[in-house]
Design a protein around this ligand. Structure first.
Ligand code: 13P
Ligand code: SF4
Length: 313
């Protein structure tokens, strides 16, 4: 009861500070329920990028991970962008440091690569890329890539190979992966399927090939909402980070959502996404920090490939 009251007071304080600061709260689908519930917009990387670009609020509080807040600052540099916990990183982004990518491109000039970077990467990697994609538009981005260029897709090899399967386009893949999504295995998903044989399996494309093969639908977190809403099924196995379940249950209360298990756990949490808490959100709004800062030269170079993606409606 006490915890409930504290949670309520904290949420009210966040709402009060938000008005005082003329801030907008953008939250990714993997954020804890208390944050999703006070956010102005909850969505996937693509939807959040559009919202960040369009907002006229003085402050963008980005409840997600570092590369997402950085993207907001790149596309809307006049706003103060804050991230409740600066340590909210991403293993996938870390798997492709900008200096290693620059070195690789420097060693392969003969390939004349067209670099497509999944948005889960640093501003430095974006600055080295031709176009950005998210899981929500990766297929379209690859379909629109110049036919006469070799494509290097960074940093997620699982998303990259799924896009190759969808488009038939051959690409060279950076060998990065998300530590959360590779925890789902063929065995763990097969087992839960035996318990709920009627429930379609809905998986994120960051999952491995073996898991994607068991899925009825492979899609971004945002498309999971429309897929489940429009499907005639009334229960679904959701193979992605656990925060997604809150969004689905809230928007589609008459259906059942079963978390996809890993080998070791009944669901999967991203330790980076979960660094943000309602308390940290309140403190960040109060102090207007931690603030995202990007050197202007990098920001400008990173902006072009993001805008190319956003223009590809
Ligand atoms: P979405 O863009 O599908 O929400 O994915 C973001 C992410 O980090 C997945 O791990
Ligand atoms: Fe990065 Fe994976 Fe966490 Fe998404 S779930 S933010 S890809 S570590």
């Amino acid at each position: 009861m006490v915890a409930l009251k504290e949670g309520y007071d904290l949420a009210s304080e966040v709402r009060r500070l938000k008005v005082e600061r003329n801030a907008v709260i953008l939250a990714h689908n993997y954020q804890v329920p208390e944050i999703q519930d006070v956010a102005d917009f909850v969505g996937d990387s693509l939807g959040l990028s559009y919202r960040a670009k369009e907002t006229h609020a003085d402050v963008i509080v980005f409840c997600g991970v570092h590369f997402m807040a950085e993207t907001a600052k790149i596309v809307n540099p006049g706003r103060t962008v804050i991230l409740p916990d600066l340590e909210a990183g991403c293993s996938l982004s870390d798997s492709c440091p900008a200096d290693q990518l620059a070195d690789f491109l420097g060693r392969h000039p003969e390939k004349n690569y067209y670099v497509i970077a999944y948005i889960n990467c640093s501003a430095g990697v974006k600055a080295l890329s031709d176009i950005i994609c998210t899981s929500g538009n990766a297929v379209k981005v690859v379909e629109n890539a110049p036919a006469d260029r070799n494509i290097l897709f960074v940093p997620d090899q699982n998303l990259g190979s799924w896009v190759m399967e969808q488009t038939g386009r051959k690409m060279d893949l950076w060998k990065g992966a998300c530590y959360v999504h590779v925890e789902f295995t063929q065995n763990s998903i097969q087992k839960i399927r035996e318990v709920y044989p009627e429930a379609p399996v809905v998986a994120h494309p960051e999952c491995t090939y073996a898991v994607r093969m068991l899925a009825d639908e492979v899609c971004s977190t945002e498309k999971m909402v429309s897929y489940c809403r429009n499907s005639p099924a009334d229960a679904f196995i959701i193979v992605t980070e656990s925060g997604m379940l809150h969004r689905l249950k809230k928007e589609i209360p008459d259906k059942e959502f079963i978390p996809g298990p890993t080998e070791h756990c009944s669901c999967a949490d991203c330790r980076f996404m979960k660094r943000n808490t309602l308390e940290k959100l309140r403190d960040a709004l109060d102090a207007l920090q931690p603030e995202i800062q990007i050197p202007e030269a990098i920001r400008k170079r990173a902006e072009q490939p993001i805008l190319r993606m956003l223009d590809l409606k």
